[in-house]
Design a binder for this molecule. Sequence first.
Ligand code: GRF
Length: 201
Amino acid sequence: MKLGVLISGRGSNLRSIIEATQSGLLQAEIVTVISNRPKAEGLLHAEKAGIPRAVIPHGHYTDRETFEGAVVAHLRDSGADTIALAGFDRIVTGTLLRAFPDRVVNIHPALLPAFKGLHAQKQALDHGNKITGVTVHFVDEEMDHGPIIAQAAVAIEDDDTEATLAARILAEEHRLYPQVLQAMACGELQRTGRAVRGGPR
Ligand code: GRF
């Protein structure tokens, strides 16, 4: 599997994906890391690992489709066949999805369909939830909406703050995302409409 990873910031999920390829847990090659933000810390993880990287600033394009057209062109040039969004902060359109049908996945720090969008950890705390978690899902044109591939639950403790909860969720993200990507690499996932079978738990 030839993986393209799209980031915008810290890149800790990217780092866990890189480490999984290095340890052999994930049998895939990361052919490119693309950031829409030049200062994304995650670019350094790619650099350290010797992975090709590109900055494609969304602000240089007149609209989402043109920006994504540039992203798709770069992904194709890199030979990517599977795209992992890892903290990518732009809403994805059909331009990317049509280029890589059923091969664009995202990770979200909540148990979807609860707590879509930004600050999902704070949303769960504010709601008084006792459990939240992580979701990896196929991407469609609605934000945090596509078919769910795998989820992991994280208990919310009485004394949790947004930071302590986010850290425990992140640890699960780093475990789950490489496992899902490995299932994709092995062709283990079967999707029928919204139902996806064969992913990790
Ligand atoms: C993660 O919490 C991920 O679930 C969400 O954005 C955050 C990215 O973190 N989509 P990082 O850049 O991978 O550290």
